[in-house]
Design a protein. Structure first.
Length: 134
């Protein structure tokens, strides 16, 4: 089971899980290509990058937004839906062309939660803003 599924409280349900854009896999692909002639440490770096990308969980429930990272250790950032003040899209030129970007969720106080290299950031923004708290 995933971290998000394991951490659900009573009455909480997953609304959507956000996917990474294929652009986020480019460093891993580069390490694999470099590993072909050398078959050394670059292969280990490619495996590490693959595991790092697999360990990222991003999603939203009817009560909170969640970002979990970490292969062996775990780092989770969560924010209650009722605490969200703004949802911003950060998107460069390549992000506009290929359809990826970052989403910055700002809450009360100084807390920020940033989803990086998200596929279809405009849809993610709409999803976050349309979730109703229960």
């Amino acid at each position: 089971m995933s971290y998000i599924e394991d951490s659900l409280s009573d009455g909480e349900e997953i609304k959507e899980l956000f996917k990474l854009h294929w652009f986020s896999k480019i460093p891993m692909i580069i390490w694999v290509i470099l590993a072909l002639p050398t078959f050394g440490i670059t292969l280990l770096l490619a495996i590490w990058e693959f595991l790092r990308l697999r360990s990222i969980e991003q999603g939203i429930t009817n009560k909170r937004v969640i970002l979990k990272t970490g292969i062996i250790s775990r780092n989770s950032e969560e924010m209650k839906i009722s605490s969200i003040e703004t949802v911003e899209i950060i998107q460069g030129i390549s992000g506009r062309i290929f359809g990826f970007g970052s989403i910055k969720v700002t809450g009360r106080g100084i807390s920020d939660l940033v989803y990086k290299n998200i596929d279809s950031p405009m849809e993610v923004k709409k999803t976050i803003e349309s979730v109703e708290t229960t």
